[in-house]
Ligand binder design. Sequence first.
Ligand code: GTP
Ligand code: MG
Length: 148
Amino acid sequence: MERTYIMIKPDGVQRGLVGEIIKRFEQKGYKLVAMKLWSPPREFMEKHYADLSSKGFFAGLINYMTSGPVVSMVWEGANVVLEGRKMLGATKPTDSAMGTIRGDFCIEVGRNICHGSDSVESANAEIALWFPDGVSEWDSCESAWIYE
Ligand code: GTP
Ligand code: MG
């Protein structure tokens, strides 16, 4: 089954949105297979966002992302990479549809409360980076009611 890396950014943690974001993924039917709250060092966050290192906003992004703890999670389910991005909403909150996490809870792109992997390939790389010891394999009693 497909997996994606979802992260609640420091503003999402500070604003008390951890439960709300987890609730949406649970209620959709996805399965949580890894989770931790921690404050990774700057070099680690630079590695996570390495593809954006040439952008003018990169230093600000790393300052923001290391300004407090983040909640790192791996969610599992059919098409969870693409569907999870839909649940987060567009990168810029002004483009995010209402009903999405960013559309409902934030205003500026530089404080957009959550991250989601943008492809299966980057999900696999991000999961390996953030959870080098692997994830928890478990059977959900709901799966027969979620998948036909
Ligand atoms: P992530 O899920 O966080 O990776 O966002 P994304 O995939 O929707 O967008 P992208 O990877 O292009 O950008 C990563 C993050 O950098 C965004 O979520 C924003 O927090 C930040 N970012 C992107 N574009 C801008 C920008 O123009 N200005 C500022 N200040 N931040 C930006
Ligand atoms: Mg991205």
